[in-house]
Design a protein around this ligand. Structure first.
Ligand code: LRH
Ligand code: MN
Length: 424
């Protein structure tokens, strides 16, 4: 389903008066409002191809209907999101869940929807029907050299797929680890993993990046071979300057200080990108900013400070991706909410008075420093984010337009109630 431009225009015309009132207030309050709006316009977040259907848990999955049946329909759905918020201009594929049968045609279809291909993701946390050797007890760490070789070849195949699509990065998440003490020799598992990653790294084109995603636990529940930022950092340091650490917000042990991890990885020049989501307990893959919005703001506060300190381009120098799973909400509505949550945290972080904050820190004025950050977090920047969408040709209120145009009902009418999308 595509949304005609005139319908977006009509929607904006109806909401313009209220929007302009809110915009004039916030631009009178924030001195760099214009710069913030422009940065938000340029900021694009990649949508995961594996999160366009209903997710589930081992206890059940409750389909919402109208799910995309093919990669073409997934590109259509991301295209619709992008037409609504003009901030979702890329799709991140997971292979083999979304193997393009005709890469040229898929690339052309994506371009029609204004979409690029962000990082491609390999998958050896599941066995494929035609696979010779099982990954049950791991892939790059596996004591069996033939299994490591099979996994390495899969990753090299994924790079080839990505090159055809115009992608420039590979995300490797290793589900490898152990469930019981004694099951694994940690040192050998590390060595096997490093040697395997070196073979994958050697297959990267010069302009590509490898993102090594860490995770504390699940599906292994005693150890994970790339279990935290320190382990990922130690691998990417050894691999070379095309290797970076990817931070999935849901992959930390309770109460981890993720914004400090981000600051240090950025300082070291080894922060590659993000999988944005939110969580209360484990890898819950909930809507970004829905559980811990202050943490998301603090992460963007460190990103703005650290990227400016290195003269980095906010829009292009890191991988901005969502990684979520939708058990109870319409996947497209959830993704619209996640993009909005991320954009608000970015805009709030851009509104921080950096000079005043540095002065307070240099004077050990704890209260003043805290007040500067909390003031920014308590600033309602929604009109700035909406203005950015308006200028980019998007909808002032994407969720409201999505609902008023009965998009899900139309998708169900077109695709049926029982369709199941590949993915989580
Ligand atoms: C692992 C993960 C990884 C993806 C998978 C779908 O939990 O975050 O990024 O490969 O989810
Ligand atoms: Mn992830």
């Amino acid at each position: 389903m595509q949304l005609e431009k005139y319908k977006i225009q009509q929607h904006n015309d109806d909401l313009l008066k209220g929007h302009e009132r809110r915009l004039s207030y916030i631009t009178s309050e924030i001195q760099n409002a214009e710069a913030i709006i422009q940065k938000v316009v340029d900021f694009q977040i990649a949508i995961p191809s594996w999160a366009l259907g209903t997710g589930g848990t081992r206890f059940g999955r409750f389909s919402g209907g109208g799910e995309p049946r093919t990669l073409e329909e997934k590109i259509e759905d991301v295209g619709l999101l992008h037409s609504l918020n003009q901030s979702s201009g890329a799709i991140s594929l997971h292979i083999p869940w979304d193997i393009p049968q005709d890469a040229k045609a898929i690339k052309a279809l994506a371009a029609q929807h204004g979409l690029k291909f962000d990082a491609v993701n390999s998958n050896t946390f599941q066995d494929q029907p035609d696979q010779a050797l099982t990954y049950k007890l791991g892939w790059l760490q596996n004591v069996n050299k033939a299994i490591r070789k099979q996994a390495i070849e899969h990753n090299i195949e994924v790079i080839k797929q990505g090159i055809e699509l115009g992608s420039e990065s590979l995300t490797v998440w290793l589900s490898d680890g152990s469930c019981f003490p004694g099951q694994l020799n940690f040192r050998k598992a590390y060595q096997n993993t490093l040697e395997s990653l070196q073979e994958i790294y050697a297959a990267l084109p010069d302009n590509w990046k490898l993102f090594l995603e860490y995770k504390a636990f699940e599906p292994n529940f005693y150890s994970t071979t790339v279990g935290d930022w320190g382990q990922s950092y130690s691998y990417v340091q050894k691999l070379g300057n095309k290797a970076y650490t990817l931070v999935d917000l849901g992959h930390h042990l309770p109460n981890a200080n993720i914004e400090q991890i981000v600051a240090l990885l950025l300082m070291e020049g080894k922060l590659g990108g993000f999988h944005f989501n939110d969580s209360k307990y484990g890898d819950d893959d909930l809507t970004a900013g829905s559980i811990k919005p202050y943490q998301l703001f603090l992460i963007f506060n460190e990103l703005v400070e650290g990227m400016d300190a290195r003269g980095m381009n906010h829009a292009t120098d890191l991988g901005w991706m969502i990684d979520a799973s939708h058990n109870v909400k319409d996947p497209l509505e959830d993704l619209l909410q996640s993009v909005e949550g991320i954009m608000m945290s970015y805009a709030q972080a851009l509104s921080v008075d950096r000079k005043a904050l540095e002065e307070a820190q240099n004077n050990n004025d704890v209260v003043r420093a805290q007040e500067i950050l909390q003031n920014a977090f308590r600033t309602d920047v929604r009109a700035l984010v909406a203005e950015a969408r308006l200028r980019a040709g998007g909808a002032l209120n994407p969720l409201e337009l999505y609902r008023s145009q009965k998009v899900r009902e139309n998708l169900i009418a077109e695709r049926g109630l029982k369709t199941v999308a590949t993915g989580l």
